[in-house]
Write a protein that binds this ligand. Structure first.
Ligand SMILES: *Cc1c(COP(=O)(O)O)cnc(C)c1O
Length: 388
């Protein structure tokens, strides 16, 4: 074992089951471990490095800002923060942005918006938020309550009150919860990521939008994993023909540095006022500069290339030997393998391909600009491993 791995095992909290690879450098979708081994990275740091490792444009955006000012706090104005907010609004039709540092914090902000909207308009007793079973919304005590998977809850109770869980693609289960509770918001992922890369049905998502409209409930979409080009559209909800009141995002937005955002529409833009929410780092100019460069590059031509790559992946994997099914959207892919998913991932690592898992599936979240050669190598390796 290398001295770094030993040091990490001794001094870093035991919360991660790390693979025994010490990543030292990389370029694009290729990373190298300290011992010189080459890997094609199909995980991109869990969907974060949208343009891969060491991307020149992103790095320049970050470095240029690093040379100017690194942090100011939110007591003052900075150009990258304002420009990123504007770009996000122009591209989505939303009206205002609150910046955070992670996905969980973005969802926390959305939850505060839903509760405050109801407190202002319907009464403070309208504080219940509906999320879905098998969802994932984060790891702090409130977003854990939002997360509809009991495995994450054990031994951390009491969680924040006021969360109930409907069944995905079962609109009656949503209606029932709306009838039984004083609901202020509904929060969903269009494609459940950690839950196994499962895309929701269009009718279901549109049905939720209608329920929200009819009952003056805040319709919130968690785009932390699905956002920023991942599904082939800028945000996944754009595949569904709906208009959420609140969008949350993080992961790929930063391109490698921590930044999250909570976007609010016409209806919700002024719910939070002075003193209602805050973040010391939120909208940090260095992170915002990197994020702005990411969003600007996700134009129609780029997104149509994401769709092309997606088609290749789905065509190659669907029906292949040892593969039961392929799910997801764009470059967010879940593979149900005949073999145990963890065994497949370990075998792929041996052969120089890094993959993720989600529940019992192998999960792929490659950089959105992965080149055809690296993508083909990774997909063919995964097929080989599954077929053996
Ligand atoms: C990863 C993820 C989160 C949590 O993001 P963090 O940055 O780890 O807090 C929330 N929601 C979804 C859908 C995610 O995939």
């Amino acid at each position: 074992m290398s001295s770094i791995i030993e040091m990490d095992k001794q001094f870093v909290a035991n919360t991660y089951a790390r693979f025994p690879i010490e990543i030292a450098s990389g370029k694009g979708s290729v990373v190298y471990s300290t011992d010189g081994k080459r890997y094609v990275d199909m995980g991109s740091g869990i969907g974060v490095t949208a343009f891969g490792i060491n991307d020149i444009e992103w790095k320049n955006a970050v470095i240029n800002q690093l040379d100017l000012v690194q942090h100011t706090s939110n007591l003052y104005y900075t150009k990258p923060c304002a420009e990123l907010a504007k770009e996000l609004c122009v591209r989505t039709g939303m009206k205002k942005v609150f910046f955070t540092n992670s996905g969980a914090e973005s969802n926390e902000c959305a939850i505060k918006v839903a509760r405050k909207y109801a407190a202002d308009n319907k009464g403070e007793d309208y504080n219940v938020i509906i999320t879905l079973k098998n969802s994932f919304h984060g790891r702090n005590i409130t977003t854990l309550a939002a997360t509809g998977q009991d495995v994450f809850h054990a031994k951390f109770k009491p969680l924040t009150n006021g969360f109930v869980h409907a069944v995905a693609n079962d609109i009656e289960s949503v209606k029932k919860l709306v009838a039984e509770n004083k609901v202020c918001g509904i929060l969903i992922e269009c494609v459940q990521g950690e839950g196994g890369v499962i895309a929701l049905d269009k009718e279901f998502v549109q049905g939720i939008e209608k329920i929200c409209k009819d009952n003056d409930i805040i319709f919130m979409i968690d785009e932390v994993q699905t956002g920023n080009g991942r599904t082939g559209e800028l945000y996944a909800y754009m595949n569904y023909g709906v208009n959420p009141d609140v969008i949350t995002t993080a992961k790929g937005l930063g391109g490698g540095l921590p930044i999250g955002a909570c976007l609010m529409n016409e209806k919700t833009q002024n719910v939070l006022g002075f003193g209602d929410h805050g973040s010391t780092y939120g909208g940090n100019p260095v992170c915002a500069s990197g994020a702005l460069s990411v969003i600007k590059r996700l134009d129609n031509e780029f997104l149509s290339n994401v769709k092309k790559k997606s088609k290749y992946v789905f065509n190659e994997l669907t029906g292949a030997t040892g593969i039961e099914s392929v799910s997801g959207m764009g470059l967010m892919v879940g593979i149900k393998t005949v073999k145990n998913a963890k065994d497949v991932v370990n075998k792929c690592i041996e052969k120089g391909v890094i993959c993720l898992t989600a529940k019992d599936k192998v999960r792929l979240l490659p950089a959105l600009n992965i080149n055809d050669e690296d993508l083909a190598f990774a997909i063919q390796t995964i097929k080989q491993v599954c077929a053996q």
